[in-house]
Design a protein around this ligand. Structure first.
Ligand code: SAH
Ligand code: DHB
Ligand code: MG
Length: 228
């Protein structure tokens, strides 16, 4: 586990406590999300959803832009989908792409519990194939990329095709405990993030920044991009 350069004593425990403190003011207790987390754990899904604070951030972004059409790459149990789905107006829709049938099944249960059945649709299959087969009449307002990191450059290129001009693409896990900037780390997923950064550097139609975060999800970050 990487530690803060500014305070070597700072650990994920403190970061989680800090999140809990802030959340106690900003994020009300939520029976539905508690169910979603428990149902996902009980059914053996890995504990890798976004944190509550990050979920709320995604919700606020979606609200800010009045998102009516959201695309998500990587559903898991639908925790982040529900945060974003709650920002949709009556006629809004969220399409979320998931390879694992069991994850998709749990996500659908969770959408039912959240009352979002009619707005949140899971598409099962390899996300890249699902994306390339999408030919939406109206482009998406927001895309959230959070599946296998090795495929991020391809997901991002497709997200760019599918999002409207002025639309937003957010990418999870672009810092990876500082492994992305540590060139001695050479696993295929870390390389995927570096390739995404290199791609964006050359792409004049994308303006982006990374916001690194510490919190209960440790040292990681969101890449936030606007498609020009
Ligand atoms: N966005 C979720 C977490 C997603 S975890 C949340 O915050 O709640 C990543 C998910 O991507 C897992 O469910 C995994 O099964 C899925 N995944 C991995 N590779 C994939 C692929 N090639 N196509 C689609 N989904 C994939
Ligand atoms: C992993 C994947 C994620 O999307 C995440 O946010 C954290 C961890 C993983 O595959 O380990
Ligand atoms: Mg993630």
């Amino acid at each position: 586990m990487a530690v803060s350069k500014f305070n070597a004593a700072t650990s994920v425990v403190d970061w989680a406590k800090s999140d809990a403190y802030h959340n106690s003011f900003l994020i009300p207790n939520d029976e539905v999300l508690d169910f979603v987390v428990k149902n996902s754990v009980d059914q053996g899904l890995p504990d890798i959803a976004v944190s509550p604070a990050q979920g709320k951030f995604l919700n606020l972004v979606a609200q800010s832009i009045g998102a009516k059409r959201i695309l998500e790459v990587g559903t898991l149990g639908g925790y982040s989908s529900i945060w974003m789905g709650r920002a949709l107006s009556e006629d809004g829709v969220l399409v979320t792409l998931e390879l694992n049938e069991h994850h998709a099944k749990v996500a659908r249960e969770n959408f039912t519990k959240a009352g979002l059945d009619d707005k949140c649709k899971v598409v099962i299959g390899p996300a890249y194939e699902s994306m390339t087969s999408l030919q939406p009449r109206i482009p998406f307002d927001l895309v959230f990329i959070d599946a296998d990191k090795r495929t991020y450059p391809k997901y991002f290129a497709e997200a760019k095709r599918l999002v409207k001009k002025g639309g937003i693409i957010i990418v999870d896990n672009v810092v990876r405990y500082g492994q992305v900037n540590d060139l001695s780390v050479g696993d295929i997923d870390t390389i995927g993030i570096r390739e995404l950064l290199a791609y964006i550097k050359e792409d004049k139609e994308i303006e982006a920044t990374t916001i690194a975060t510490v919190g209960e999800r440790a040292f990681d970050g969101f890449l936030y991009a606007i498609r020009k």
